[in-house]
Design a protein around this ligand. Sequence first.
Ligand code: UT7
Length: 331
Amino acid sequence: MGKITAAITATGAYVPDYILTNKILETMVDTNDEWITSRTGIKERRILKDEGKGTSYLAINAAQDLINKKGIDPTEIDLVIVATATPDMKAASTAAYTATQIGAVNAFSFDLEAACSSFLFGMSVASSYIESGKYKNVLLIGADKNSSFINYKDRATCIIFGDGAGAVLFEPNEEGLGLQDELLRSNGEGREFLQATYGGSSYPSTPEAVAEGKHYIFQDGKTVFKNAVFNMADVTEKILERNQLTKDDIAWLVAHQANKRIIDATANRVKIDDSKVMMNIQKYGNTTSATLPLLLNDYESRLKKGDKLIFAAFGGGFTWGSIYFKWAYNS
Ligand code: UT7
């Protein structure tokens, strides 16, 4: 028997109904549709408004979509990983709640947090469990309710982020399809440029901190932008080189949707044509852990068995990386 590889065999997705358009944002902060569109590529984003519903609500719905499409029995799922930067609560695992709600009663589950790289790093973790032969059905969900820590008076962040979730199923493959290679990195010196300072263990929430909005996410956009462009392009170029791939070999670039200009810069560095760059930032904005699976779900009907994909992401921490992946099915 040949080496077992880890392939994606199904996708699912969920975004909330409420659409926050650039036009609506114009009434909330000093901004305009033209600036947001030209500087980020974003036209609208989805927001989960219902009180008491958190990231697990998004994750459960995305997983349910996958389960219905694939027709898989949830009791056969071995492991549920929820990649997220916005867990429902402290101390209580979002993945445990999600797994139970979808009927994955025989699975163990955990959350994985690496900011906007959470799903990419989750692909590595899910694949390792499959490649080792330990588990057969690993459900990886990328879900974030970013609106839970956005200050809708801060134009540097509120125009960018949205809520959503995407799910993929990893299964063993004996044709060599699925994850081929990965280059994953982090640098903790980056955390001062993108963080929600209060509400964690370093600085627990206080009434004063909340009154000053210090529990909201803050970013030094320019510094994050520069690092994202440099690092995402760098790992993407390296992974192509070390797998002897040219731009013509690649069917799709699947890049984290943080800013269209960052994605374009990555594609330009490796000379991948625009027509091969998956893009849905215009309708969802930056959904953090959900961007990559939402792309896969949106483009699923256009993906063919054997297609060579390059994934790339960059996020807070800093965290970043690239994965070379062969698609395993026609839908
Ligand atoms: O997933 C990883 C997390 N985040 C990211 O990857 C985000 C990375 N950063 C970015 O995408 C960009 O830096 C932003 C979209 C956040 C900002 O774009 P920018 O091109 O870096 O703009 P800037 O901050 O340099 O600001 C340019 C101008 C400034 O005006 P002056 O000083 O030139 O007069 C800003 O005050 O645009 C102004 N500006 C705005 N104007 C209208 C900043 N934000 C806005 C806004 N609407 N929302």
